[in-house]
Design a protein around this ligand. Structure first.
Ligand code: FES
Length: 134
């Protein structure tokens, strides 16, 4: 999903090893940073189900992120839900410059993000699950 935001340096590649996940906070945005087999991914650290906080411990170190609240599972590489299917974590854009990891943090208040961006995004996932791509 394209969104307006600003790249913020979160940490360096030395701070997050392969198979590791960490939680960061930029303003009111909680960011789950994951190193999946050397690929860095960043997600809004709230579950698409009921906004449970996704803890770093929920990453199995290889390919799955599990929400601690009701155990929804997500593909760590894409953010898409595996169990149940049809939903997704909200992926933030990541940029790596040298050794530094930057995450594009949305430039809207978190309340607007939750309702207008994440809310619509989650709903799209549900619609796709029902077979509609609109
Ligand atoms: S809030 Fe994450 S599974 Fe329900």
């Amino acid at each position: 999903m394209t969104y307006t935001g600003e790249y913020v340096k979160i940490c360096t590649l030395d701070d997050i090893y392969e198979g590791e996940a960490k939680l960061f906070q930029v303003g009111k945005y909680e960011i789950l940073l994951v190193n999946v087999n050397g690929k860095i991914r960043a997600y809004y650290a709230r579950c698409a189900h009921a906004l449970g906080l996704i803890e770093p411990e929920g990453f199995d170190g290889e390919k799955t992120i599990t929400c601690p609240v009701h155990r929804w599972e997500y593909d760590a590489l894409t953010g898409e839900s595996i169990n149940p299917e049809g939903s997704s974590l909200f992926p933030f854009d990541v940029k790596i410059e040298g050794n530094d990891i930057f995450v594009k943090v949305p430039s809207v208040p978190i309340s607007d993000f939750k309702v207008k961006m994440f809310g619509i995004y989650r709903q799209k996932g549900v619609l796709n699950e029902l077979g509609s791509n609109s």
